[in-house]
Design a protein around this ligand. Structure first.
Ligand code: FEO
Length: 400
């Protein structure tokens, strides 16, 4: 069981998942993930906030039963319908047929579509409340963080914000739930950045709107759908998300390359050494055929410089490099200085095509490029020097 009181009236009843290999069947989970759920108990009613993923529903139900200690839940508040949080709805309805499912108009339409639930729902609008006696839940619509129906539920008497995916992170909980119970809760920040980069980055502008909407509230705790409850570190966590939503970045360079036989890899390593010689102290080199895309994206979110290195492959960008480029474009990542490099054997295309693909983005494409013919034996090293100098000139200050 994973049941713990967060306050006198709020109980954590979420579930750790250490077996699923990939979140959304895409993003690796080396440290697992949580599906967070909470019970709020008022003097005249109890609400479950968030459900659980279907495969973990029976453990989740067991947690709810334990948390309610013989009581029945009156409401299930669905802040977000993505099935990692709503998959347990059929089992919840079976266990407690009279439970009222609370959501906005889009939530209710989605629940009907996913699970065939047509009755027993309560539609709420911006600012509406549901009373539980001496506790009150207020609802704020926060669309597109991460889906159109997403909303935040605010427990007014205690300042607890149930924020859906906002402030979430990968990583299971190791016994402790709240950051104050951990010696170093900041250890989750890397997985939070990776979660943001993979799941939420595309919706940065909506995340900013949500942060602005939450700003006037007196928030004592951030209870998201994934990862720890943030109490002591809540201001720091809000600050991190504000920076990411604005695509701010630290000084540093990601060197992301593809290489079939090692020549482009050698060029990337040469360039990384030149970057270090120019005083760049944060450099991350990734072979895109091996590095999980989520890790590379997390580094791209973190640092203000990016070097792409691609062989020409069937007259195109090498596929793993193309995949990273498309992931960056689809997330609308901005405020990064990007150098384009590549290689070819008899007809170069990758550098030109990378330049064309990136031309319409919010990225600053640096003018020096490097295109290597066959190997480093050729005359490419002066071009690498130029790129290292341009990167140092642009990237030694934070991106704002
Ligand atoms: Fe954790 Fe967008 O669901």
């Amino acid at each position: 069981m994973n049941v713990k009181n967060i306050t006198d009236r709020v109980t954590y009843c979420g579930v750790n998942d250490r077996t699923t290999a990939k979140f959304e069947n895409l993003w690796s989970l080396p440290y697992g993930v949580t599906y967070n759920s909470y019970i709020v108990r008022g003097s005249e009613g109890a609400a479950i906030i968030e459900g659980c993923e279907a495969g973990h529903a029976s453990r989740f139900i067991g947690n709810v039963i334990e948390a309610l200690n013989g009581g029945k839940p009156d409401y299930l508040v669905v802040n977000h319908v993505e099935p990692d949080h709503s998959g347990a709805i059929p089992m919840i309805k079976t266990m407690w047929p009279d439970i009222k499912i609370v959501g906005n108009v889009k939530t209710i339409e989605m629940i009907k579509g996913f699970y065939g639930v047509k009755t027993g729902t309560i539609e709420v609008r911006e600012g509406d409340t549901i009373g539980l006696g001496d506790r009150t839940l207020r609802f704020f619509l926060t669309p597109m963080t991460h889906w159109p129906e997403t909303m935040v539920t605010y427990l007014e008497e205690e300042g607890v914000a149930f924020t859906g995916d906002i402030f979430g992170c990968f990583g299971a909980l190791d016994g402790a739930v709240s950051d104050d119970e951990m010696a170093d809760a900041r250890r989750y920040f890397d997985e939070m950045r990776r979660y943001y980069a993979c799941i939420v980055a595309k919706y940065g502008v909506f995340a900013q709107k949500t942060l602005a909407k939450l700003a006037p509230l007196n928030i004592t705790r951030l209870c998201s759908t994934h990862g720890p409850v943030w109490h002591s570190l809540r201001e720091e966590v809000i600050g991190l998300w504000s920076r990411w939503a604005a695509f701010e970045a630290d000084p540093g360079v990601v060197v992301a390359y593809g290489s079939m036989y090692g020549s482009t890899a050698e060029m990337a390593e040469e360039l990384a050494m030149r970057l270090a010689a120019k005083g760049i102290r944060e450099i991350r080199v990734h072979d895109l055929s091996h590095a999980p895309l989520s890790r590379v994206l997390a580094d791209v979110m973190r640092f203000n410089g990016l070097v792409l290195a691609s062989p020409t492959y069937n007259t195109e960008i090498y596929p793993p490099v193309a995949a990273l480029v498309e992931a960056i474009i689809s997330r609308g990542i901005k405020n990064r200085h990007v150098a384009i490099t590549g290689s070819y054997t008899w007809g170069g295309q990758a550098v030109r095509k990378l330049g064309t693909r990136l031309a319409e983005t919010g990225l600053n494409i640096l003018s020096p490029t490097a295109e290597m013919k066959q190997s480093l034996i050729g005359a490419v090293k002066p071009q690498l020097d130029e790129i290292a100098a341009a990167m140092a000139q642009n990237c030694l200050q934070p991106a704002r």
